[in-house]
Design a protein around this ligand. Structure first.
Ligand SMILES: Cc1cc2nc3c(=O)[nH]c(=O)nc-3n(C[C@H](O)[C@H](O)[C@H](O)COP(=O)(O)O)c2cc1C
Length: 371
């Protein structure tokens, strides 16, 4: 049977996410590539994103810092200065020129940082003053020693919420279709959410409701600023990456999923429980289905999916969309390869996080060039 006669794959069926008409359900997951020198997006990102754009496909840009205290890695892009906003514009334009839909993932890393990344070499900020154990990020080319964070005072928290608001406004100014709030992987929002890190008492700590307050204030502020239909959030209640675990991840996930309903945001994007860290899959009996059921909007899953189990997630209605990280990194034409059931390029882990503007970045071949 030729590709044309083949039945349509569930992953390749159209989907309407609010005002966005997606032509298929294969999303590019956010992936930091550490090639935005001095936190400014670079021209090589135009080609990288354009290569991975398909008409009606959704792309989520890599985690992008909201302020000068938000960084913990070298060369991640930011969106708090005019120069950064201007630098994003041609990248966004290139995605739009090919009919893609482009969200920007906005992040504050909180305590996953050290004074080298902070203004005036100050301590990183967090909900806590508990340090991460000194360790490397596990990136081949990046080793960071963590330093004890400074605990934010209650009065300071609205300023950080406001930084998210301004970053979202800037993302729209840069042309993005929306933002994804990074509430996963042990960064600032998750530091508040999870009881193994959040040791506050009073307004932003203690009860589940209080731990979720910061995240929900960010969502409210960002939704007010740019419209809820342009807002998504990424959550990883089951992961313990960056030493950020919770004693009852299922209750946390369901509480957040239900709380999101009142904002009417574009989507909730959940990292699978099997992804205890962002890169390695392991067997696990927990499931995101209760969160899927609790949330009324578009539900995106990510983490360790291939063509077969992505299709299965759609058929079994466990998700509306499936985000692919490493396979998209290495296969710019991933939707086409899935359509044709073509072999996939292998990804080269050593080149995930180098500063090189071509190798391991824009040099993964398209199907036509291999044939
Ligand atoms: C190179 C690389 C960079 C990543 N950077 C981010 C990031 O900036 N934000 C984020 O939420 N997840 C990040 N992740 C996690 C991915 O979005 C995704 O959840 C993970 O790769 C698992 O999906 P996969 O099995 O399809 O690769 C990164 C993963 C990789 C491999």
């Amino acid at each position: 049977m030729s590709a044309k006669e083949a039945p349509t794959l569930p992953l390749l069926t159209p989907y309407k996410m609010g005002n966005f008409n997606l032509s298929h359900r294969i999303v590019m997951a956010p992936m930091g590539r550490l090639r935005s020198y001095n936190n400014v997006p670079q021209p090589h990102a135009i080609l990288y994103h354009s290569q991975r754009t398909s008409e009606g496909g959704l792309l989520i840009a890599e985690s992008t810092g909201i302020s000068d205290t938000a960084q913990g890695y070298p060369n991640i892009p930011g969106i708090w200065t005019k120069e950064q906003v201007e630098a994003w514009k041609p990248i966004v334009d290139a995605v739009h020129a090919k009919g893609g839909i482009f969200f920007c993932q906005i992040v504050h890393v909180g305590r996953v940082s050290n004074p080298d990344f902070q203004p005036n070499r100050q301590a990183p900020i967090s909900c806590t003053d508990k340090p991460l154990s000194p360790q490397s990020h596990g990136f081949d080319s990046v080793t960071t020693k963590f330093r004890a964070p400074r605990r934010l005072t209650t009065d300071e928290i609205p300023h950080i919420v406001n930084d998210f608001r301004i970053a979202a406004r800037n993302a729209i100014e840069a042309g993005f279709d929306g933002v994804e709030i990074h509430g996963a992987h042990g960064y600032l929002i998750e530091q508040f959410l999870k009881d193994q890190v959040n040791d506050r008492i009073y307004k932003y700590g203690g009860s589940l409701k209080n731990r979720c307050r910061f995240a929900l204030e960010v969502i409210e502020a960002v939704s007010e600023e740019i419209g809820a239909e342009r807002v998504g959030i990424r959550l990883s209640p089951f992961a313990d990456y960056n030493e950020c675990g919770d004693s009852d991840p299922e209750a946390l996930g369901i509480y957040m999923a239900k709380s999101l309903n009142k904002f009417g945001i574009a989507y909730c994007h959940v990292v699978e429980p099997r992804m205890k860290n962002p890169e390695e899959k392991s067997e696990c009996s927990q499931s995101v289905v209760p969160m899927r059921k609790a949330f009324n909007g578009t539900f995106i899953v990510a983490g360790g999916y291939d063509r077969e189990d992505g299709n299965k997630a759609i058929v079994e209605n466990r998700a509306d969309l499936v985000a692919y990280g490493r396979w998209f990194l290495a296969n710019p034409d991933l939707p086409k390869r899935f359509q044709l059931n073509a072999p996939l390029n292998k990804y080269d882990r050593k080149l995930f996080y180098t500063t090189n503007s071509i190798y391991g970045y824009t040099d993964y071949p398209f199907l036509e060039t291999i044939a």
